[in-house]
Design a protein around this ligand. Structure first.
Ligand code: SF4
Length: 680
């Protein structure tokens, strides 16, 4: 462009938005980011970027709304304070609570080093395992379901080997909008001859490239996947050799499907049996087939069952441990994989070492020089329940805007109002921070060093490009200050590299990774020794648990189904132009221009029956509350289903969503809520 400023510096780092972890080059002038380009040397993205990565960064990093100084609430108003005063306030207040009365929410947007320190602070200083983060709202069922099936829960293959796949089964993932650079790779592979099956309740953009589109009813994935498994078994399309040599439990799965009624499955899913049959044959008949899934699979009260069904399908056809195959959960936020790896979860230390395992606990106690609790802590929604019951009285939230991302916001607000202490650490004031007693200003990704781990388990270096705005500080520094003041030992780090070195001594899957090695390029865990090259494909030859295990899964319908009062199903998702609760993208002029407000997508049939025209304002009501949005009459949802995002505080879609949760992973059913719609 004509107005392109010649940069006086370029810094290679990683995009702060989605889990693809694209490499970006920040071009700098006068201490500010002036433009962003793709890093062609990055193996995950090879120079590609989506609209958020390319155009959605400098506006939020340099935005006038950035928090620049600590804030303490006095008589209901925030007043600016010095760091010393704010830290002293937070520590003196936290000190007053017993271990069972406090909880910590870590951040999928913060670095590995920061998440490590946050969980260390919770466990070693506050003496609680009540630490969780937004993975509870996205891939907790992946961690549980794939760990049960394979022994560990992460993307099995690499972004780079997608082009070796003969067939993609994209299920409950809107890849070209939520992981656009992976979506681009799928489209390229399809153009080069790969087959594509899409299963989604919404006609997503990728459907244009699909050989088969299965538009099933929200919440019927187990039925759909069981039908495909049944067809594969009945038609002997399975990989007998793989099943015999690499798995166990096949007989129990086969037995559970013997009387499975395919016609019933077609009726429940709303998909013609012939289409399910074609999809099963195409997937099983391909030499290599890759399953990619996201929150359409996990955000259900039976999310773990969905993931188990995905694992069953892949094992039946031997599509594991080889290039172009695999079970590939696409992680949502830039470092949600890393936050899980770092133990920002209530039941595990780093590298998924159980807090209840005496050997692991003893190891961490020796390293940290403190005694640690061994009872697993509460999950995110259990923490909210406990706050509501006044059992948990103090909450420390780092980089999460619970008041837009969590289900049933009205109830959440009532619960948070009961807190005796809420400390929020963030880069902007947001709906959660507004409720806090203390707000601690942190820096963006561009103002700090560290590492992120992307969706394909690749640990990558984040590099500082510009100075922190005002008095803001990196999250690792803030947590370390709290730790030092409250505990005195174990938090005397001078920078992220020292924290990373501590992580590698305690985490076998990260043991061989160092900043020096990462400066030569990212490394995929497990990387157990300094000479290990990293692991692009998991489960070559054997699974983490030895043999993979099938699980017979029974279909459980969503917690809410349409009825006379609430006759529609609301399913939620994301837009290409905005990210999560919009804290960053809503401050980017260009992205806001592309999508300025929330919309409610409704089928032409439903719109006409309700007398709703395109652009008209409508009220949507669930059992938990109401919101208004402008209707978009669309071919994407089918009659009976409506679609909304949750990026807009003005609408706060999650007022409507259902907190009913999966019994294993404790994820709420964000994808299915019964609603009614009225013209305003
Ligand atoms: Fe950033 Fe994801 Fe877009 Fe890549 S695909 S540029 S990581 S938002």
């Amino acid at each position: 462009p004509k107005d392109h400023v010649k940069p006086d510096g370029v810094v290679s780092t990683v995009c702060p938005y989605c889990g693809v972890g694209c490499g970006i080059k920040l071009e700098l002038s006068g201490g500010k980011i002036v433009s962003v380009s793709g890093d062609t040397g990055n193996p995950s993205s090879r120079g590609r970027l989506c609209v958020k990565g390319r155009f959605g960064i400098k506006d939020f990093v340099h935005h006038a709304d950035r928090l620049t100084t600590p804030l303490l609430k006095r008589d209901g108003q925030f007043v600016e304070s010095a760091w010393d005063e704010a830290l002293e306030y937070a520590c003196s207040r936290l000190y007053q609570f017993k271990p069972g009365e406090v909880a910590v929410i870590a951040s999928a947007k913060a670095t590995n080093e920061e998440n490590y320190l946050i969980q260390k602070f919770a466990r070693a200083v506050l003496k609680t395992n009540n630490v969780d983060h937004s993975a509870r709202l996205c891939h907790a069922p992946t961690v549980a379901g794939l760990a049960a099936a394979f022994g560990s829960g992460a993307m099995t293959n690499s972004i780079g080997d997608l082009n070796q796949s003969g067939c993609f089964f994209v299920l409950g993932a809107n890849t070209s909008e939520t992981h656009p650079v992976i979506g681009f790779g799928i489209k390229q592979a399809v153009k080069n001859g790969a087959k594509l099956i899409v299963a989604n309740p919404v006609r997503i953009p990728l459907v244009r490239y699909a050989d088969i589109f299965l538009q099933h009813h929200p919440g019927t994935d187990v039925m759909l996947l069981s039908a495909m498994c049944k067809i594969i078994i009945d038609e002997e399309l399975l990989d007998r050799n793989f099943i015999d040599s690499r798995t166990e439990g096949y007989e129990s799965l086969a037995k559970s499907l013997r009387k499975f009624d395919l016609d019933h499955a077609a009726a429940v899913t709303g998909v013609a049996l012939e289409d399910i049959r074609m999809a099963a044959r195409l997937y099983a008949g391909s030499k290599t087939a890759s399953i990619l899934y996201a929150m359409g699979i996990t955000q259900h009260r039976h999310g773990t069952d969905n993931v188990s069904s995905v694992a069953n399908l892949a094992m039946l056809t031997g599509n594991l441990g080889k290039p172009g195959g695999g079970v590939n959960p696409l992680r949502g936020q830039n470092n949600v994989q890393g936050a899980c790896d770092m133990g920002a979860l209530p039941d595990v230390f780093t590298g998924y070492q159980k807090v209840s395992d005496e050997v692991a606990k003893t190891k961490f106690e020796a390293a940290w020089g403190v005694s640690l609790p061994s009872e697993p802590g509460l999950t995110l929604l259990e923490i909210i329940d406990a706050i509501d019951r006044k059992k948990i009285k103090a909450l420390y939230v780092v980089g999460e805007n619970l008041m837009l991302s969590d289900p049933d916001i009205n109830r959440l607000k009532r619960a948070l109002e009961k807190l005796e202490l809420l400390v929020v650490q963030d880069i902007f004031m947001n709906e959660t921070a507004e409720m806090a007693h203390a707000v601690l200003p942190s820096t963006t990704f561009a103002e700090k060093e560290g590492t992120f781990t992307n969706t394909e388990r690749r640990v990558q270096r984040l590099r500082k490009a510009v100075n922190p705005v005002g008095f803001s500080k990196p999250d690792w520094w803030i947590t370390a200050q709290l730790g030092k003041r409250l505990c005195g030992k174990g938090f005397g780090f001078s920078g992220p590299e020292g924290i990373f070195e501590e992580i590698t001594t305690l985490t076998p899957s990260y043991a061989g990774i160092s900043y020096d090695r990462l400066d030569q390029g990212g490394l995929q865990w497990p990387c157990p020794s300094p000479s290990h090259p990293g692991t692009p494909i998991l489960y070559v030859g054997s699974f983490t648990r030895g043999k993979g295990v099938f699980k017979a899964v029974k279909f459980v319908p969503p917690a809410e189904l349409p009825d006379d009062t609430y006759p529609f199903i609301l399913t939620t998702g994301r837009s290409l132009y905005h990210f999560h609760t919009g804290t960053m993208t809503r401050r980017v002029k260009g992205l806001n221009a592309l999508q300025p407000t929330e919309t409610l997508e409704i089928s032409g049939v439903d719109a006409s029956n309700l007398g709703i025209s395109d652009g008209e304002s409508v009220r949507v009501t669930s059992r938990r509350g109401s919101v208004t949005a402008n209707a978009v009459v669309s071919k994407r949802p089918k009659p009976g289903t409506i679609f909304m995002t949750f990026h807009f505080p003005e609408t706060a879609t999650n007022i409507l969503t259902n907190p009913a949760r999966d019994p294993v992973a404790k994820i709420p059913e964000l994808k299915v809520a019964a609603v009614k719609i009225e013209k305003v």
